[in-house]
Design a protein around this ligand. Structure first.
Ligand SMILES: N[C@@H](CCC(=O)N[C@@H](CS)C(=O)NCC(=O)O)C(=O)O
Length: 329
């Protein structure tokens, strides 16, 4: 069997040995031999993987992304947006002064936080973490992303980060009723416990989709040139097999059907409302939107919009969230 350098193997194992609370995978050694065809076999540190450090990111609304995907139309619709749906302004005195997000551009949890920051127009800097060395977060005891620094305070875990931000900038947040609050909580949990698990098997469904995803990840992530090349091809191959394992773990037989079902479930939850929050998005709307953003313009996301009723809500969300409040370096 052909073998590549241990460097390749190390990069692969470390890149793929990332974990998220939602899509943890235990890799069977036999599976790894096939998936990690190029492995030197000396590294047995393959642990578990984050579907996404494997994955993509928010096809936010940057023109570069839109153009690269031939989505100028979608971009234009974002521009007309602001006039139709108004954002909720954050009072100036509550606006944090210095916000830094440590992230992987493709991470669904990071994108969930970004959707919140963008919607509330909170300016933030982004520090892209190298998923292999993680040197950018060496200073922290917490070894995952997102990490959000807010005026010197470290916040971790996407849902906890959002709760903390709500406390800070929306101290008078009024929810119409306990029922509304319960509904919002229920669907935020659904995002973390169900929706994120459906995404991974979809974006690595076959070799071409796995390559498309890794092309996105390596183009947008913080990788050295060598890492980029290695991770793109070897990572795509490995994740193709990982996604098969994920399907088993989460009892998914047909990944596309599961994705469409999740999208339809969400539209049913809207029950004719523009947003789950009614006339404005609530935290559940922002969470669903955030985790879907990285896949929206990949093959799986395009299929989802084509084959389900989620497109209209998604477009409304794009419009109301509007331009990113990220501070360009
Ligand atoms: N529950 C956490 C999960 C965060 C998470 O699992 N992040 C992944 C990226 S998607 C991670 O950093 N994994 C560890 C790694 O990459 O080494 C959250 O909601 O923020």
């Amino acid at each position: 069997m052909r073998r590549a350098s241990s460097f390749t193997s190390t990069i692969l194992s470390r890149t793929l040995a990332t974990v998220h609370d939602g899509g943890v995978v235990n890799l069977h050694p036999r599976f790894l031999r096939v998936a990690l065809f190029y492995s030197s076999g000396t590294n047995n540190s393959y642990k578990r993987r984050c579907w996404f450090s494997t994955v993509l990111s928010s096809f936010s609304k940057s023109s570069a992304q839109a153009v690269s995907l031939g989505l100028a139309g979608a971009f234009a619709s974002v521009v007309t947006a602001a006039s139709v749906y108004a954002k909720e302004p954050t009072p100036a005195e509550l606006m944090p002064k210095d916000v830094v997000l440590y992230q992987y551009e493709a991470c669904p949890f990071c994108n969930k936080v970004k959707a919140f920051l963008d919607y509330y127009d909170i300016p933030y800097k982004v520090l892209e973490v190298n998923p292999i060395s993680k040197k950018e977060i060496k200073w922290s005891d917490y070894k995952k992303v997102p990490i959000l620094m807010v005026d010197g305070q470290q916040l971790v875990d996407s849902s906890a980060i959002i709760d903390k931000l709500v406390e800070k900038i929306l101290p008078k947040k009024t929810i119409n009723s306990v029922a509304d609050e319960d509904e919002e909580t229920k669907w935020r949990r659904w995002v973390d416990n169900h929706l994120v698990h459906v995404l991974s098997p979809n974006i690595y469904r076959n070799t071409s989709e796995a390559l498309e995803s890794f092309d996105y990840i390596t183009s947008n992530g913080n990788f050295s040139f060598t890492e980029k090349i290695t991770v793109k091809y070897a990572g795509a191959a490995a994740m193709y097999f990982v996604s098969k394992n994920l399907k088993k773990k989460y009892n998914i037989t047909d990944e596309r059907a599961a994705l469409y079902e999740a999208a339809e479930t969400w539209v049913d939850a809207l029950n004719g409302r523009n947003f789950l929050g009614g006339s404005k998005p609530n935290l559940a709307d922002l969470a669903v939107f955030g985790v879907l953003r990285p896949i929206r313009y990949l093959r799986s996301g395009r299929d989802m919009v084509e084959h389900t009723r989620i497109g209209e809500w998604y477009s409304r969300m794009e419009k109301v969230v509007g331009e990113s409040s990220r501070i360009k370096a």
